[in-house]
Write a protein that binds this ligand. Structure first.
Ligand code: MG
Length: 287
């Protein structure tokens, strides 16, 4: 083999199997498909511990946190679902979303119908802020009731339950009808409250049959209230639910109109990889 041909052949091998070592710059993954690529590579060959060839994650600029007086901002890679200006990302069953937008917030127009995002999502991180009215009215489930539905199916309850007694699996921070929150982390009515949710939809086979239940992790006001909980089916009222025969892989974010006035602000979502990183398979210390 001639020298030029041999070098070309060597370069081709290196581009396929990776001949570089610590002096090589790691290549950042692309958002979305990068995880799948690295997982496939990892599954095929496996990363060393502290492997400089392992792709580094995409760079994301964090947003600002909200305070009671000031609304925060979304991270740089988020899909902003509501920034205080309009309901252009939302619709209702009847057509256009009729909830009221004012002063950087959206307000439920009672009995106008629940609203859903026009787009559908699967695995995701959702940030959403809500407030029940300071002029407290009603008791139990009739005091500032709304809800955040992941995939349009699974409800993280919105309700004024700082001091309002109701059933435990219907409190703020509950996964409605299934799991009470670990603690009651709700703020009083009239204060902004924050949900940060990690959602994993049910896995389905090619016929749409569930092979693995949906899961949710929920922080309420920065406090863990649901720890990677396995959902037994879509949320319902007074019914022991199960999964229907066919389940979609994606769905909208839905905000419930339960007939009460509730406010929302600063809603954003980040799709996250369905497949998680694999652990390294060998040491790089020669042992
Ligand atoms: Mg509700």
């Amino acid at each position: 083999m001639k020298l030029a041909s041999a070098l070309s052949h060597l370069a081709l091998i290196c581009s396929v199997v990776g001949c570089g070592h610590s002096q090589d710059k790691p290549k950042p993954r692309k958002v979305g498909d990068g995880m799948a690529m690295s997982s496939a590579h990892s599954q095929a060959e496996g990363w060393e511990v502290n492997d400089m060839n392992r792709p580094v994650p995409p760079l994301v600029t964090p947003g600002e946190f909200s305070t009671q007086a000031h609304v925060g901002t979304a991270p740089s890679d988020a899909i902003v679902l509501f920034d205080g200006k309009d309901l252009s990302k939302w619709k209702s069953d009847k057509g256009a979303a009729e909830w009221i937008v004012h002063d950087g917030i959206m307000e439920i127009k009672p009995h106008s119908g629940s609203i859903s995002t026009k787009d559908e999502f699967g695995d995701c991180q959702l940030h959403i802020e809500w407030q029940t009215p300071p002029d407290v009215k009603g008791e139990g489930q009739l005091r500032g009731n709304s809800g955040v539905f992941l995939q349009g199916l699974y409800e993280a309850q919105v309700l004024d339950t700082r001091t309002n007694r109701t059933y435990a699996d219907g409190m703020a921070g509950s996964l409605y009808g299934q799991y009470p929150p670990i603690v009651n982390a709700a703020r009083p009515a009239g204060e902004w409250q924050v949900y940060d949710i990690v959602f994993r939809p049910a896995r389905v086979d090619d016929k749409g049959h569930v092979t693995k239940p949906a899961r949710m992790t929920v922080f309420l006001n920065n406090i863990l209230v649901q720890d990677d909980m396995e959902l037994i089916g879509p949320s319902s009222h007074h019914v022991l639910v199960s999964y229907p025969n066919v389940m979609p892989a994606k769905g909208p974010i839905t905000l419930q109109d339960h007939g009460d006035k509730v406010f929302y602000r600063n809603i954003w979502l980040r799709p996250i990889p369905a497949e998680k990183e694999k652990p390294p398979v060998r040491s790089n210390s020669g042992k």
